[in-house]
Design a protein around this ligand. Structure first.
Ligand code: FAD
Length: 523
């Protein structure tokens, strides 16, 4: 066998999958048909949930060094600032990263590529997947090599991280329903001064569309994204100068452009694969779903697909779980992609619709509703959870089990376990739970009771009994975790099993039933 896992594509999703497998002791074969890393920035916004995963991967400091935190988002309509989403305040105490980090896709790929290299894995560039032949226990993949010859490799699993035109998807016969947006978009990197609030994302709504200004590193540097005015559509000689009048018209006369270092136009689609898996082949990232760039969700969703699949695949490859565990990947991630398409992409349709009614809605109704809603703290926090992706949960997954009804507001099975500051020892310091609780194994958190006869599943489980302490009590009350209670966290930090009374037998049964622990399945 060539490798246990073939990762097709070294964009952000493939690099994340390869990194997560490598640090879990599974050496992937990662290939990309391009000659080297992409130079295009494309995605720009790194969400809080991705930063949490970057912290586990050991690259968060590098990301912070290269990126620029956007601490708020401002909504403008007809020259007036209508609303502000204070990301910093809204996300405070929900995550160590209460902002959107503005960091180009190329930098994200470089950071993950360097980390992968440190883990001893190199991308095989100029290598294209051109054939897939699935057998019951393996996959024969045909690769076109840099010298133009082909070779066959035998692998146990394939991660299709090969983008919107995915060969893995097409060779697996999986359909990709959806449609292109009717509009043409433009993107420009500029040096500009104007009404924009520094260090924040500024969204300008206007009757015929919108413009977004993302703060970039360097004084007065912005990335501008918008839709091409109707009169410029269909022309192939559009330059940044041709869109300046419309941008200035809406963003105000005070807007001055000093330079433009990059300008491009593009069309986008909204699509979701009908399945995310065909037997031994999985689809992740843009191969599985594509969205509008508004909301900065696409790249982040792909990175989290990879984080969701990697721990499961690693357990199966290492013989620590049965293949049935892998069914949960599709069960958990398809709803996330579909929900994105039904919410943020729907809102996007309204934001770009050409009709006069939509124009009126955008500049009058939408702006006013946003202004009203965003002045309310619970709505701000709700919006932060959605956009930052920390609110993603898998309550309906077969990996999620609650033993009894916990009080309203308490974390449930399937939720991302909250970020806490706790004393893990009665005489110890207050520690950051995200730093303390590792992601290479399951974690059992036991509150207000002893963890008697916790099951012995070796390195698969760490047990943390949280001591009674006034500071701990206050912190647990803040996130409405009752005493007594216990939470079994999966390696990706989502709650697998929870209940009030500690139940060692139920935990043992969870491992037996959900991971199907037993003899290594043949492949
Ligand atoms: C202008 C623009 C702005 C965007 N802004 C944002 C944003 O702010 N935030 C956000 O989250 N998302 C954004 N997105 C979306 C984001 O760029 C994508 O979601 C992201 O690139 C997906 O990553 P991926 O690794 O899944 O796919 P890709 O980045 O497309 O990578 C796929 C890789 O697979 C390789 N490949 C393809 N076929 C084969 C084959 N047969 N064999 C071997 N290799 C192959 C390709 O060479 C490529 O390197 C934006 C997109 C665009 C176009």
């Amino acid at each position: 066998m060539g490798a246990d896992v073939l990762v097709v594509g070294a964009g952000p999703t493939g690099l994340m999958l390869a990194n997560q497998l490598a640090r879990r002791g599974v050496r992937p074969l990662i290939i990309d048909r391009h000659a080297g890393p992409s130079r295009e920035t494309r995605a720009l916004g790194v969400q809080a949930r991705t930063m949490e995963i970057y912290a586990k991967l050991g690259v968060v400091d590098r990301a912070l060094e290269l990126g620029k935190p956007g601490s708020g988002a401002d909504l403008w309509a007809q020259g007036r600032r209508m609303a502000r989403v204070p990301l910093g305040e809204a996300g405070r105490d929900l995550t160590p990263y209460p902002y959107i980090l503005i960091l180009g896709q190329d930098d994200n790929e470089r950071i993950m590529g360097d980390r992968l290299h440190e883990l001893g894995v190199s991308v095989q560039w100029n290598t294209e997947l051109i054939g897939l032949d699935q057998e019951p226990d393996k996959v024969a993949a045909t690769l076109k090599q840099p010298d133009g010859t082909t070779r066959k490799v035998l692998v146990a699993w394939v991660g299709g991280c090969d983008g919107a035109r995915s060969a893995v998807r097409e060779l697996s016969g999986i359909t990709f329903p959806g449609a292109p947006y009717q509009h043409v978009f433009f993107v420009a990197d500029v040096e500009a001064t104007g009404s924009m609030v520094p260090d924040e994302v500024n969204a300008y709504l206007w009757r015929e569309g919108f413009h977004l200004f993302f703060p970039m590193r360097g004084k007065d540097h912005w990335r501008v994204v918008g839709i091409l005015p109707a009169e410029l559509r269909g022309r192939d000689d559009v330059t940044f100068d041709s869109v300046v009048p419309s941008v200035r018209n809406e963003a105000g006369a005070g807007l001055t452009f000093k330079s433009c270092t990059w300008f491009s136009t593009y069309r986008i689609h909204h699509r979701s694969a009908s399945r995310f898996r065909d037997r031994r082949c999985f689809l992740l990232g843009d191969a599985a779903h594509i969205h509008s760039p508004v909301g900065a969700q696409g790249m982040n969703t792909g990175l989290q697909d990879a984080y969701n699949l990697a721990w499961k695949l690693a357990l199966v490859v290492k013989g620590q779980a049965n293949e049935a565990l892998l069914d949960s990947y599709e069960d958990e991630r398809i709803p996330v992609a579909r929900r994105l398409l039904n919410t943020i992409d729907r809102a996007f349709m309204l934001a770009v619709s050409d009709s006069w009614l939509a124009g009126l809605l955008r500049t009058k109704v939408l702006a006013r509703i946003a202004a009203f809603a965003m002045s309310r703290e619970p709505i701000q926090r709700f919006a932060f959870r959605v956009i930052s992706q920390i609110g993603i949960r898998y309550r309906k997954s077969f990996l999620s089990q609650s033993l009894d009804e916990l009080p309203d507001g308490a974390p449930r099975a399937g939720d991302r376990f909250p970020w806490l500051q706790l004393k893990f020892r009665a005489d110890g310091p207050v520690e950051d739970s995200f730093q303390k609780i590792g992601d290479m194994q399951f974690n059992l958190i036991v509150i207000g009771q002893p963890a008697e006869a916790a099951p012995d599943v070796g390195e698969l489980l760490s047990v943390h009994v949280i001591p009674a302490d006034p500071m701990n009590d206050a912190e647990l009350a803040r996130v409405q975790i009752p005493r007594p209670s216990f939470y079994l966290l999966r390696p990706d930090g989502h709650v697998g099993l929870c209940g009030s009374r500690f139940d060692a037998a139920a935990i043992k049964q969870y491992f037996a039933e959900r991971l199907h622990l037993g003899p290594r399945s043949a492949h």
